[in-house]
Write a protein that binds this ligand. Structure first.
Ligand code: 5AD
Ligand code: SF4
Length: 481
């Protein structure tokens, strides 16, 4: 989950540190339209160089792909270090305080360098949340731009070139971010695609409704057109993205339901896998499970954040479902005629969470038997309703609860993965280890598997792998012929 990554110039990052030169892959990485636009931009010459570092979730990763494509198409060149860049951009995350602090500590590194002629810009959630206050805290920053305003970036840069000291783009009510014709995708086999922006839920701890604005769904015709382009370019896995991806509401007259969209994407020739994340339990309806049952190309993995196993805490979190209702959604998946891997997010130490309520979360883990878990200590965030609740639990106690939770889940995952030894899975190979004959990739249920093969080139292909060993977080295997 949230880690800092660099969108590195000219390099495609693979899971095991393998990399490929960008120029070879440029055409495959972009849609037809974007390729020619990016190529034109590169040919147009050196507007300048940019360095882009991304924090946070997959939505931010994908936003950075859009920003990189946009800048490349305008003649900027991407470089690997801030030192080599005339434009330094941070695409930021503010979901927890630590993530936001990390950005300010990065910005702090430029305190002494403000006269070196570099333009420093803050993009994404911290930009949206802090707005012009960023200029107060870090006066050497000259550009602040939220995720709904990326299309304005070239104009904003032109304004800076024309002598403006500070420029901002802080809209939240536009669907402009959906225009992805110049996206430069980092992964040559799996394409992210945003289908819904923003969030209309009002979880009491969460900044997303403030930083990404209200829910806006992209038209199904435009989504399917892009999927067809991606498939023609050789992307075989498509991952549909949204904060609440299954709340998708098609604005076109076709009014496709989310499950219909999944099926339509899977029907596109060349698409072998369809993933989607993140689902909200309240909008998780039986037709989604039926689509997974019906169409094997739709991956057998659902990320369904529960946040807490206590109905009282869920109510305080404004999560709009109880423990019982959540468990009904789980039962729906467990009853499917195809096993479905289920992963979740949990927050420990929400204001007022008692020891008993925390234990309810532990018992939920036992009951659901998740395949993976992302867990966080509660972090009070600006503008959120839970900010006014007393956050009196010590960091030490939050840390203890987190460790207990993670230990319990590690045991569950170890036992579940051990039962997979001897089974065969189809794997999309996405990484090559520095160690000879060692590869890695993901199963449809999003299990990471490291495996041995004598083949010379497997990247981007689908192979059968027999599981020979298991740890809590990944599997070991052999290429099965
Ligand atoms: N504190 C801790 N964790 C949070 N998350 C969202 N907001 C907060 C917060 N204020 C977690 C939730 C969400 C995941 C992306 O981040 O578990 O599902
Ligand atoms: Fe945040 Fe809740 Fe929306 Fe998820 S559903 S982005 S946790 S407000």
């Amino acid at each position: 989950m949230p880690t800092a990554r660099q969108s590195r110039a000219g390099v495609i990052n693979c899971d095991l540190g393998m990399s490929k030169p960008f120029d070879i892959e440029l055409e495959r990485l972009t849609s037809q339209a974007s390729y020619s636009e990016i190529a034109r931009g590169v040919a147009a010459g050196q507007r300048g160089t940019f360095f882009l570092e991304t924090f946070g979730c997959q939505m931010n990763d994908h936003d950075s792909e859009k920003v990189a494509g946009l800048l490349l198409s305008r003649g900027y060149q991407q470089v690997e270090t801030p030192e080599a860049a005339s434009l330094i951009l941070y695409n930021t995350c503010s979901i927890r305080e630590k993530a936001a602090q990390k950005v300010f500590s990065r910005l702090g590194e430029y305190r002494e360098k403000q006269n070196e002629g570099k333009v420093i810009g803050v993009l994404g959630c911290v930009a949206q949340q802090e707005g012009e206050e960023i200029f107060e805290r870090a006066p050497w920053v000259s550009l602040v731009c939220g995720s709904a305003s990326y299309r304005k970036l070239p104009d904003m840069l032109t304004q800076l070139e024309a002598g403006n000291q500070r420029v901002t783009g802080l809209d939240t009510d536009t669907d402009a971010t959906f225009e992805t014709e110049v996206t430069r995708r980092d992964n040559p086999w799996r394409a992210y695609l945003t289908i819904i922006e923003g969030c209309d839920k009002a979880c009491s701890y969460c900044v997303v409704p403030f930083t990404r604005g209200p829910e806006r769904s992209r038209g199904s015709d435009s989504i399917l057109k892009e999927v067809r382009q991606l498939a023609e370019l050789g992307y075989s896995e498509v991952q549909l993205l949204g904060q609440t991806v299954n709340s998708y509401a098609d604005p076109t007259p076709r009014k496709m339901r989310f499950s219909e969209l999944l099926l339509a994407v899977a029907d596109v020739q060349g698409v072998r896998r369809v993933r989607f994340t993140t689902s909200h339990p309240s909008d998780f309806t039986p037709d989604i499970v039926e689509a997974i049952e019906e169409q094997p190309k739709i991956c057998d993995h659902v990320h369904l954040p529960v946040q807490s196993g206590s109905t009282r805490v869920l109510r305080a979190m404004q999560r709009t479902y109880s423990r019982e209702v959540y468990l009904e959604k789980i039962a729906m998946m467990r009853d499917a005629n195809r096993p479905i891997a289920i992963t979740t997010d949990i927050i420990v130490g929400f204001p007022g969470e008692t020891e008993f309520e925390f234990e309810e979360t532990l018992s939920l883990l036992d009951e659901v038997q998740y395949d993976n878990l992302f867990s966080f200590k509660y972090s009070p965030r600006p503008n959120t309703p839970s900010l006014s609740m007393s956050d009196s639990m010590s960091e030490e106690e939050k840390g203890r609860r987190l460790a207990v939770l993670q230990d319990r889940q590690r045991e569950i995952q170890s036992a579940k993965n051990a039962r997979l030894v001897g089974k065969r899975f189809e794997v999309l190979v996405s990484g090559k280890s520095r160690r000879e004959n060692q590869w890695s990739g993901y199963t449809t249920s999003h299990r990471m598997i490291n495996f041995a093969s004598q083949e010379r080139e497997l990247l981007g292909t689908y192979v059968q792998v027999r599981v020979t060993g298991a740890g809590p977080n990944s599997l070991l295997g052999d290429h099965a012929v």
